[in-house]
Design a protein around this ligand. Structure first.
Ligand code: FES
Length: 487
């Protein structure tokens, strides 16, 4: 029987996004059976030459060739204990398969002997004997070793797969990541709090597979919980592929309000009138938020307390390092202190949040279109980074209107995405008027055949947001597919 792989493992192996394979399945270009792809079918769709050039094979080869150089040990490999557990688990599986094959072999041989005895002298005996000998000969000769199966086995040791129930989401655990870290990197909205084994909010039940504790935790799991397979995702890693039951946030209402004293890591110019404010939370007190949400920031400086409310411009997959795009504004005391240098590296900033419902909806892989005006690019960047890490779609369009002298202050980042990703379109536009610019931007998007079946996210000043919404509705985009963040 052909080796079978889950869609996400197949995507990992051939070095494409899972959404790309899903698109091929829906277009009939890749056959699946109960959500699994046969290795032969994968080879047909991605000939061996492509497989050999894929990131996964390169990655496996790199580990083999660099054989345990320091960098590989630290960044790609799990701890020795976890690696030993994974090899042991795979060894057990291999031993069980050997036993099964031996039992089948013995059964076939005894059947053949019984047939020979029963058909002694029968005219059909020579033909049946030849058929059996031929079949056995071919089975024992075996097939050439299967590169797909071999690499899949290597990937199972290096990056076990975790399936979350009841959502069906899945992700891979790489290097020394805990189950929680790996899930957050993959863009899952898992429940958690402290990330250091104290609060118990990351409890999950292992339904299938084996997990290994990789750090101590203070939160006491009861005997009954342990017996039922409960773990703390922040303190355990995966030994084998896992199926776990745990909570995931369905929307902003499931994210608690938090108050965290952060430290300014850096204030970096993005343009003469735009600053990147980089805040870092304490290691044991990270911000749980959804991409696209905002936060209140407060600081006590020499001139008194200052406050501001800003969208978070970074991805929730890094919940310690929070980025904000701050524009020069004399009416905003917090922004003034950012520009004057009063708020510099090492200062404390109290963050309260998250807030807002400008978050990614579950769009079943539908195309994603983002319209931003000026600093409205901040929440769009957070949504985009999250969508990319969660592999939420195979089609992304970013249309950014600049009305300020700072223009498209992260144009390099957009160009890099467009160059690196298939299905990524980047449309910059400069215009003095936000409302007229919004209409021009939507007119450019009308060329895109997917616009009416896309999920569209609009962020920017009120006149821009309203004009864009009106133009999108006129273009036939359903109101339910448009999300607005007006500042
Ligand atoms: S996140 Fe608090 S115990 Fe895991």
């Amino acid at each position: 029987m052909s080796h079978r792989l889950s869609l996400s493992r197949a995507a990992q192996l051939v070095g494409v996004h899972r959404s790309t394979l899903q698109k091929m399945v829906s277009e009939g270009r890749l056959a699946t059976d109960e959500g699994m792809v046969a290795a032969e079918e994968l080879r047909r769709a991605f000939p061996l030459a492509d497989l050999e050039g894929s990131g996964a094979i390169e990655w496996v080869n790199r580990i083999r060739e660099e054989s345990f150089g320091r960098r590989v040990r630290e960044r790609l490999l799990p701890s020795q204990e976890v690696l030993a557990q994974r090899l042991f688990a795979q060894g057990l599986e291999l031993a069980e398969m050997r036993r099964t094959v031996q039992r089948y072999h013995a059964l076939v041989e005894s059947l053949a002997a019984a047939l020979r005895a029963d058909l002694e002298g029968h005219p059909a005996q020579p033909r049946l004997a030849a058929l059996l000998a031929d079949g056995l000969g071919r089975a024992l000769a075996g097939e050439a070793s299967d590169a797909v199966a071999a690499i899949d086995d290597a990937l199972r040791v290096m990056t076990p797969r975790v399936e979350v129930r009841p959502s069906g989401h899945e992700f891979y655990v790489e290097g020394r990541d805990s189950v929680l870290q790996a899930g957050l990197k993959a863009g899952l909205r898992l429940s958690y709090g402290c990330e250091n084994g104290t609060c118990g909010l990351c409890r999950a039940r292992v339904v299938d597979g084996e997990a290994q504790r990789i750090r101590n935790h203070d939160y006491p799991l009861s005997e009954a919980e342990r017996a039922q397979g409960h773990i703390l995702m922040c303190a355990y890693s995966a030994v084998t592929d896992l199926k776990i039951e745990t909570l995931e946030a369905s929307g902003p209402q499931d994210i608690p309000r938090q108050e965290i004293v952060t430290t300014v890591r850096a204030v970096t110019p993005l343009g003469p009138d735009t600053r990147l404010l980089h805040l870092q939370t304490p290691r044991a007190s990270r911000l749980r938020f959804l991409a696209g949400q905002s936060a209140d920031l407060g600081a006590a400086v020499a001139a008194g307390d200052v406050h501001g409310h800003y969208p978070i411009a970074s991805c929730p997959c890094d919940d310690r390092n929070l980025h904000f795009h701050v524009g020069r504004d004399d009416a905003d005391a917090f922004a003034t202190d950012v520009f004057s240098g009063a708020l510099r590296a090492g200062e404390r900033v109290t963050l309260v949040g998250p807030a807002g419902d400008f978050v990614l909806r579950s769009g079943d892989g539908r195309p994603l279109v983002f319209l931003a005006c000026d600093l409205g690019f901040a929440p769009v960047k957070s949504l985009l980074e999250y969508a990319l890490s969660a592999d939420a779609s195979s089609s992304y369009t970013v249309a950014w209107l600049a009305t300020r002298p700072d223009g498209h202050y992260l144009a390099n980042q957009c160009r890099a995405w467009a160059a690196a990703l298939d299905g990524f379109a980047w449309i910059p536009l400069a215009h003095a008027e936000p409302a007229a610019g919004a209409e021009e931007l939507v007119a450019a998007l009308r060329e895109c055949p997917d616009l009416v079946r896309s999920d569209v996210y609009v962020a920017g000043p009120e006149p821009f947001a309203r004009a864009a919404e009106f133009a999108l509705l006129s273009a036939g985009v359903p109101a339910g597919s448009i999300a607005i963040h007006a500042s």
